[in-house]
Ligand binder design. Sequence first.
Ligand code: ATP
Ligand code: MG
Length: 601
Amino acid sequence: MLDQTPGRPLLTELYPRIVKPRGALRVPPNLADYAAACRDFTWQAARARLDGLPGGQGLNIAHEAVDRHADGPRADRAALRWLGRTGARRVLTYRDLRAETNRFANALRHLGVSEGESVFVLANRIPELYIAVLGALKAKCVVSPLFSAFGPEPLATRLGIGAGCVLVTTEPLYRRKVAGIRAQLPTLQHVILVPDESAATDVPDTLDWHRLVDAQSADFVIPPTDPQDHALLHFTSGTTGRPKGALHVHEAAVTHHITGHYALDLHDDDIFWCTADPGWVTGTSYGIIAPLTNGVTSVVAEAEFDAPTWYGILQNERVSVWYTAPTAIRMMMKLGVDAVRGYDLAALRFMASVGEPLNPEAVVWGAQAFGMPFHDNWWQTETGGIMIANFAAMDVKPGSMGRPLPGIAAAVVRRNEDGSVTPIEQPMIEGELALRAGWPSMLRGYLHEEERYRKCFAGPWYLTGDLAMRDAEGYYWFVGRADDVIKSSGHLIGPFEVESALMEHPAVAEAGVIGKPDPMAGEIVKAFIELKPGFTPSEALRRELLGHARKRLGAAVAPKEIDFSETLPRTRSGKIMRRLLKARELGLPEGDLSTLEGDTR
Ligand code: ATP
Ligand code: MG
């Protein structure tokens, strides 16, 4: 059992709560009364917000995301507003998207690809990626989007695990990364290349997107789809080890839809921008499915992070709801509030963040820079959709992930010796975050890792592997991943609290904290720090930071060692890889690096 580390001010008490003006939000929130929404919620009612396939033929994600809108009053609304890296724009209305995805589904049929076979997508955020994902779902294939920055080895691993039958990619990516591993991929039957320009490609053993897809009919009837049919294969971020392939089903759309409605507060006329790449689950669940099933316009920006470019997109596209990640927020913070001034962001009304703990400083900075806080929410590849969130109408306690979605029963549990778990009823006690199994987007398995999947469950609970606390008002507070928690002189220390305290210091841009083995204490807390521009590492600064942390956290919890680092190792989805900091510190093997940012093996 984990005890709360005593002797320091609680994070919960350090930052004033951001009170939401009751009844005075610009747009009435979808979730106005949390208690009532939770009480009245049923998954059946959430399911009834979707249409289902015509004639009671089941539930298919692509029908809910595209066809039902293309058949109704939203047909000519922009579904995807694509902004190319070099200034190109392409708008696909729901009607256009239906035709394009139908063509792709027909192309798969034409190639003889069967239902249940897997279609991988490896591309930058280009329109064809979105068309291929949705078209393959129509054809009832299992879709797996990959980061375009993956090198040949991680690609071969993932295509191998998922028995990739079709790969949609671009000509340059194919030449650089796939051609050389093709011989290792016996299941891969078709490679479809999107050419750089509209000129056709002529690469041996591949098919040209335009020649293949453009020639197909724009009509396609989605076959009957069991809501439990496999739809998506997502690899986890690999933060704690080798990435796992989590399988999701068509029914997951019910969660995507309702969480887009409640947690992201999507309204009919919203312009929504999710900055995540579909190679990471957020970019699929919330970059494709949630906005489209909610019928809004989704901005797809191909460019990678750059603060002025992003502010320009928010302004020029009149983005109203923005979903991003802590690393990007911290990079914006580095440049200061002034860099935001001068942009007209009047359309923006809701901002959310996911992927890593969002330190309270970042929440508060959001309020200074944009006039509203970032709303942190929590979920994982395995949960398929948002499980815990700060809602538009709810007061924000900076540093808290918020409260469980209606329909989601969460608990902080303690593991017993016999493998069962017991929910901890008292507030503010650390334990493992668990969710009552059975929500629609819950993973249905880790591909080829049955035992590992089984171990995620204890009785009615799905165990997340994250440690958290719940306060008396039902807000959840992230402590750390179970693997990252530090045991020092009898205390259990969550890295998030230490990192948050360090990031309060004006010199600190990012911090990663690990436990370093120590003969006396078991482990000592060691911090790696990335400085803000204008600060340089020095002994004096190190001492100042050690002092700052000791004052904030107390001697038992504060780091004993601090190293400065130019950049911290991160996953491609922006998470600090503490396991790598630790392996490097201890001179141990670095393990699976396939998701390490900047690594192109
Ligand atoms: P792997 O499972 O391969 O180690 P990963 O857990 O990073 O990688 P994801 O499924 O992308 O892969 O990330 C989910 C995890 O990210 C969560 O379990 C949690 O540890 C962390 N996380 C996500 N959102 C938040 C948040 N709002 N606050 C704190 N942690 C978060
Ligand atoms: Mg994980």
